[in-house]
Design a protein around this ligand. Structure first.
Ligand SMILES: [Zn+2]
Length: 469
């Protein structure tokens, strides 16, 4: 309703109101005047009408009618409008006096003639008002004729519908598939089929006779969720009336308790769109049963809508539309692969999926210790006190421990002639080669003295061992 239109109505009302008040028995409508006896000045009245017109879907023709027959402050106090459910009756507030507290406001609806008789008007007056009301209502009733409503029950039909919407019917479920993190699956797969969540689409014939989709909503349990486009009050109103009129839905639902289809992406995440109403989903399993013909029906796994689980309204989730079934978080992308088994590695330590096993100096990453061992890594001394994972080829073993590169020197270990690591105290260095003392014999020293003929020490040792043997 145009503000100018409201202004015009109010101007008329202000001029007419005092006259119209005559003869009304306002007390016939229960009203505690202690709480509603304020009088409105011109601006306040204008403001209130504008609000009322905006909040309700009452067309200006009905407001004008009301203003011609009733005092304006009375219309405001009792919030007289066309009934929101488009029963084409008149809706109004009644104040019930409560003991020691504010009055309770209840909303009623009545046929226009009956309403006037409640106000104490005679039968002729009531009939005249009812006739005028019917005249004003007629075009509104006829307006419903050009509308069609179809209910989509299969998942495929619902997905196709979402993908075809544009303009005002667009929402975060109408993006290109690549934009979601669902590996090409449309988020609306959670609806339709076994979920029992359906979609109603209203279309309207234009002047050329072509049908155009003008609104849509999800339907669950004979109730509707949210009507799109949400900003257009009159389209919403028409949709509500059509849903009720055709027996599809009456009243709203927040999807609480709905069992949406459970679908996994290729990467193992769970597909779920941003939800209107209750925003959380939890993976649940129903109970199996034996059907009428004796078949064993497996329990259905589904996404239960409610207050617990994964919150689909968290920031930027609407364009992700998939969550991790283990962490109940938005899917994280692995940033590395395991050198041994090539599976995903998450190196962010804040991630619930963190599984990075780095080797010494963070050179190579593995998904697990098992993979490190399988690859040939060992946990070795890399210096006097530090240990780390290094490849066994770069290490020597002594006793039960591995020693990396030259770290063994710091542990007083040496590599002997046969490539083994031995304790320095048990070895002897002859001609820059380490020998285990217990391995020394005359034969070996003879070879050594031939190799190093000028090494007096070796010659001396040879003489010593020759006598021993
Ligand atoms: Zn691995």
């Amino acid at each position: 309703m145009q503000i100018d239109n409201v202004r015009l109505c109010v101007d008329q009302a202000i001029n007419l109101s005092p006259m119209r008040l005559n003869g009304y028995d306002l007390d016939r409508i229960p009203c505690d005047h202690r709480f509603v006896s304020e009088t409105f000045d011109h601006d306040e009245l204008l403001y209130r009408y504008a609000c009322q017109a905006q909040d309700s879907s009452t067309p200006s023709t009905v407001f004008k009618l009301l203003l011609r027959w009733l005092p304006s402050d009375f219309i405001l106090r009792h919030r007289l409008t066309l009934d929101e459910n488009m029963t084409f009756m008149l809706a109004y507030d009644v104040y019930h006096t409560m003991k020691d507290s504010y009055p309770e406001v209840k909303r009623y609806k009545a046929r226009p003639g009956k309403f006037m008789s409640k106000l104490g008007r005679g039968p002729h007056f009531c009939q005249a008002f009812a006739e005028e009301w019917a005249e004003v209502i007629l075009p509104l009733k006829n307006r419903l004729d050009g509308y069609k409503i179809r209910v989509l029950e299969s998942t495929d039909d619902i997905v196709d519908a979402y993908m075809s919407f544009s303009g005002e019917l667009d929402s975060c479920l109408c993006y290109e598939l690549e934009r979601y993190s669902t590996d090409g699956i449309h988020p609306a797969v959670v609806y339709g089929g076994e979920s029992n969540v359906h979609m109603a689409v209203v279309s309207h014939k234009d002047s050329q006779g072509n049908d155009h989709d003008i609104s849509r909503t999800l339907i669950y349990d004979k109730s509707y969720v949210k009507i799109y486009p949400a900003c257009d009050t009159s389209v919403c109103q028409t949709t509500k009336v059509l849903l009720k009129d055709r027996g599809i839905a009456n009243g709203t639902t927040d999807l609480d308790g709905a069992k949406l289809n459970l679908v996994y992406t290729e990467r193992g995440n769970v597909v779920c769109p941003y939800l209107d109403g209750k925003s959380c989903v939890e993976i649940s399993t129903g109970v199996g049963h034996i059907n009428e013909v004796g078949e064993d029906i497996k329990p259905r796994k589904y996404l239960q809508v409610g207050d617990t689980g994964f919150d689909t309204t968290q920031s930027s989730y609407y364009e992700v539309a998939a969550f991790d079934p283990e962490t109940y978080r938005m899917p994280e992308s692995p940033d590395h692969v395991c050198r041994n088994c090539s599976s995903d590695v998450y190196t962010d330590s804040d991630s619930l999926r963190y599984n990075a096993n780095w080797d010494w100096h963070d050179n190579i990453v593995f998904c697990s210790e098992e993979c490190m061992l399988e690859y040939g890594h060992v946990y070795a001394y890399v210096s006097k006190h530090d240990m780390g994972w290094v490849h066994s080829e770069d290490c020597q073993m002594y006793g039960d421990n591995w020693y990396f590169d030259d770290a063994f020197e710091e542990h007083d270990l040496v590599i002997t002639d046969d490539g083994e690591l031995q304790h320095k105290n048990e070895c002897m260095n002859l001609g820059n080669v380490w020998f285990l003392l217990s391995d020394l014999n005359a034969e070996l020293l003879l070879c050594m003295s031939k190799l190093y003929p000028h090494d007096d020490y070796i010659t001396e040792m040879y003489e010593l061992y020759k006598e021993k043997d």
